[in-house]
Design a protein around this ligand. Sequence first.
Ligand code: ADP
Ligand code: MG
Length: 493
Amino acid sequence: MSEYRIHGATGDWEVVIGLEVHAQVTSKAKLFSGAATAFGAEPNTQVSLVDAAMPGMLPVPNRECIRQAVRTGMAIDAAINKWSRFDRKNYFYADLPQGYQISQLYHPLVGEGRIEIALDDKNPDAGTKAIGVERIHVEQDAGKLMHDQHPTRSYVDLNRSGVALMEIVSKPDMRSPAEAGAYVRKLRTILRYVGSCDGNMEEGSMRADVNVSVRKPGDAFGTRTETKNVNSVRFVMQTIEYEAQRQVDVLESGGTIVQETRLFDPDKGVTRSMRSKEDAHDYRYFPDPDLLPLELDDAFLEECRASLPELPDAKRARYEGELGLSPYNAAVLTAEGETARWFEALLDAAGSTVTAKAAANWVISDLFGALNRIGKDIEASPVTPAQGGELLRLIADGTISNTLGKQVFEIMLETGEGAEAIVEARGLKQTSDTGAIEAEIAKVLAANADKVADYRGGKDKLFGFFVGQTMKAMAGKANPGVVNDLLKKALDQ
Ligand code: ADP
Ligand code: MG
């Protein structure tokens, strides 16, 4: 990927990006209460007295939320702090009944880590870049305000109040909208592999605060703005494009960038100033007196580590090294945990006669093509890995040709029947019966005497035509290898 630059009147500008991603922890209960966290419940039906900040209620940390954040830290190679502490971040807002958010400013649970991004998804040869992660801390989410226009009224829904979030803070290591997009996608993949966040950006389980500044290459960092709560990869990239151009325009017309908080307007694709940036001291952070420091013991850390699955980078390397897949195919099959699980179940079902390469190609072209057409995710595939394996076995052992395999797959999709049953019931078995094939070849050659003459006169390309005609005459059921051999013999006579 070439360097991303904004061309201004005074020369080229470089963009500097750091992301703070809020990821909702997958947990049945909230960070400090036993209330449920399911998305989409009726307003104010999942609120305990702690979440409503009733006087005298005390928070109790939920072990599972801490465990998920630690596992996430381990998955990005981060230092885990065995000693961490909760702080109060004080501010007033109608969706925050406590008047403060319990967060971790001074001693976060997770320290520095890294996330490896592909510089070009379509081209694995473009290489990777490590984006530094500064920290991950856990904190409470706030409630939600809902506004009615007629009549003008506002409501508070506290279902989200107290839900556990991980705030994953990157270093200012990204230099283009594409890198930021790749970072968010990769982080989402890792969270979903680990199972610590469902990564559902539409439901708000993952949202990003986008910090952007510009500078002349080689200069010190410029002043940044922070655009809050951006909730899709595309919007993150749009925010950066818009904000970087806006800052260049301001600077080139002699203005200065003020450090401020902005909001992204997805309808117009622009960002707008919301408020000037507040500093940590504006929140009067202090250690929460209701909570003891968190101290993690070795047994807990070991359990966290042991519970991690094979992670995307390791899996991709294994698919390339052990299974011999191309870098592109390995990347595609490991981009989502569900895809990798499906593929591995397919390999198990297919058995040793089917190569990993053949299985990978089938998943990426045939299965993905079909799922795309019917608008389903791989988890909802109408064909199971076991059924796919049966189909690939029939192709591998020569019972049916590749071409027939595609037809059988279509019938499987339509009817839900198994591959063998379809081949059996419809008499689709491939034949290597040389007598039957030779008879059809003789007819094809007789019916196309002019082309036979052309072929023998040097028009080699016509060979494909004869193969096609013979296959057609055999209703697609002839073994293509045998057809090739017999045709060569017949034509070269
Ligand atoms: P604060 O403590 O004021 O919130 P941080 O140092 O925690 O600031 O940084 C917040 C986020 O802003 C991080 O993701 C960081 O990478 C990013 N960031 C910091 N400086 C810059 C900059 N000059 N340009 C772009 N992003 C930046
Ligand atoms: Mg910060």
